[in-house]
Design a protein around this ligand. Structure first.
Ligand code: GLC
Length: 502
């Protein structure tokens, strides 16, 4: 009898303990989320400035660029994927994943890094190219998943200054060039995955918290570093982030990537350490655990719906099918396609961060340079319809609606849309609405349905690049605009500026 009473007492005590620990945990979680909201809410005024920039350059460049997607004579492609490593086939498209995809041992990768000497690197040339393309910010990359720092780090000597014959700090040079040419700068930092020093990338802790979870995606199982994940975070990732934030003030955004197995406290710490040093810098959603200031869409994805809790968003995209340089990926997207990405994203109120992957010598591939310059020529005339705009009541009208879901989906489907004279995208700025056509030849007049509702407010209609007010009329639930010959001979469409009184 006594024994069973004891047993009951012990069970009751255990239940009380579990409830108390749970309470403590949820109290801690609430406190932490409250602290996060307080910090996040001080950033309200920053979103518009960031969103007005609209178009930026992403740069994936590191030791992997030297390998160019080839390891010991073998190409890293989805067809040669080793399923035992777990990651999705998409990773095998990406040059910067070569250490993981080829299972390169850490010492071997360090040896490759020893010979990294990108003697043709010229930060000013890159920044001037971004400017010529009409880009208004650059997100450079102090550290990707391979753990190699592309700046002079005091925290860890596996960096371009201490480890290689190059002995320069490219991130600092890009930062200075951005200041010189008036572009804003952001940084990418792989906070969670580090194949060189990151232990198990948090796999064990995640499995502890989520029993039954099986997924070894992106984790270095081929030659793991002996350190614990928490040790990596405290001794490398956080100190490097602090170092970067102090070294490069006034950043526009931090691009953490990507929180495979991080818990809430860890993501919170990365948010707070950035806030403590640069409170005016926005943090992306790939910080993990819903602690981003703004949303990053998936790679090469244009979202159909944007979660309303985010005030703004950004799509990262590639010019071919890889981020880091691959010597054999020459599948360059056309100017028509690139304009579609820019315009579609702007019409939905987002930013477009378009990648270049310079090679191991520090040269941006000619295929990228060509299309970037072409984009720049279009932006010179039509950029007014992109920069500083917001979405209008209608985003798009017309029959052609390509969907962009991921890097691999885009690679498989190609880009077949040729836009018709009925396809229009809309953006808005102040009292103006912009109507963007990407059709090559549309005839002497066009009809736009979505403008009919606001016909009484229209003061004038012009084509960007031409000051003449155009003749237009409203009937049958649509507006007909009579175009000047120049709008119609130009390739890659034109933009109408609709000025109104209010
Ligand atoms: C993914 C990849 C990474 C790339 C990034 C760009 O997270 O892991 O290699 O840097 O997407 O958006």
């Amino acid at each position: 009898m006594r024994r069973s009473k004891d047993k009951i007492r012990r069970i009751v005590l255990l239940v009380i303990c579990i409830i108390a620990v749970n309470d403590m945990y949820s109290q801690k979680k609430d406190d932490l989320l409250k602290d996060w909201s307080d910090m996040h809410n001080t950033k309200t005024d920053l979103f518009k400035d960031y969103n007005d920039l609209k178009f930026g350059m992403f740069i994936h460049w590191g030791v992997y660029s030297k390998l160019g997607g080839v390891w010991k004579g073998e190409k890293i492609i989805p067809e040669t994927r080793n399923p035992k490593y777990g990651a999705s086939p998409e990773s095998w498209l990406q040059g910067e994943w070569i250490m993981f995809c080829a299972g390169i041992r850490r010492q071997e990768y360090r040896d490759v890094a020893r010979t990294f000497n990108p003697s043709l690197f010229d930060a000013e040339k890159w920044v001037m190219l971004a400017k010529e393309a009409g880009m208004r910010y650059i997100v450079a990359m102090p550290k990707h998943h391979d753990g190699f720092a592309m700046y002079h780090s005091e925290v860890n000597d596996f960096n371009i200054y201490d480890w290689t014959p190059f002995k320069r700090d490219p991130i600092e040079e890009i930062y200075k060039a951005c200041q010189k040419y008036g572009l804003r700068m952001g940084i990418y930092y792989s906070h969670s995955i580090d194949w060189m020093d990151g232990g198990d990338a948090g796999e064990a802790q995640y499995r502890n918290e989520h029993p039954g979870y099986i997924d070894n995606y992106a984790i270095n199982h081929f030659d793991p570093s002996p350190v614990k994940f928490t040790e990596y975070i405290e001794k490398k990732a956080k100190p490097q982030m602090r170092e970067i934030l102090k070294k490069f003030p006034n950043l526009v955004e931090i691009w953490y990537d990507y929180p495979r197995n991080m818990n809430l406290e860890q993501s919170f710490d990365f948010y707070k350490l950035a806030y403590d040093i640069q409170p005016n810098c926005l943090v992306n959603s790939r910080i993990g655990n819903d602690l981003g200031d703004f949303l990053n869409a998936g790679d090469n994805e244009i979202p159909t719906d944007i979660d309303s809790k985010y005030k703004t968003w950004e799509t990262p995209g590639t010019l071919n099918n890889t981020w880091g340089y691959k010597s054999y990926d020459n599948d360059w997207k056309s100017l028509d396609e690139m304009l579609f990405w820019i315009v579609e994203i702007a019409s939905k109120g987002g930013n477009y961060l378009l990648n270049v992957g310079p090679d191991g010598d520090g040269v941006i591939p000619p295929g990228s340079v060509k299309v970037l310059k072409e984009i720049g020529a279009w932006m010179k005339v039509n950029g007014e319809a992109i920069y500083g705009t917001s979405k209008w009541i209608t985003k798009k009208e017309g029959p052609t609606k390509p969907e962009m879901k991921s890097t691999s989906a885009r690679k498989e489907n190609g880009f077949n849309s040729s836009f018709t004279a009925q396809d229009f995208w809309f953006t808005a700025k102040g009292n103006n609405v912009y109507v963007i056509s990407l059709a090559d030849h549309v005839g002497e007049k066009i009809t736009v349905k979505s403008l009919y509702e606001c016909r009484q407010k229209i003061k004038s209609i012009k084509v960007l690049g031409n000051n003449e007010s155009l003749k237009w009329e409203a009937s049958d639930n649509k507006i007909t605009v009579f175009l000047p010959p120049a709008a119609n001979t130009g390739m890659h469409g034109f933009v109408l500026k609709i000025e109104s009184d209010e």
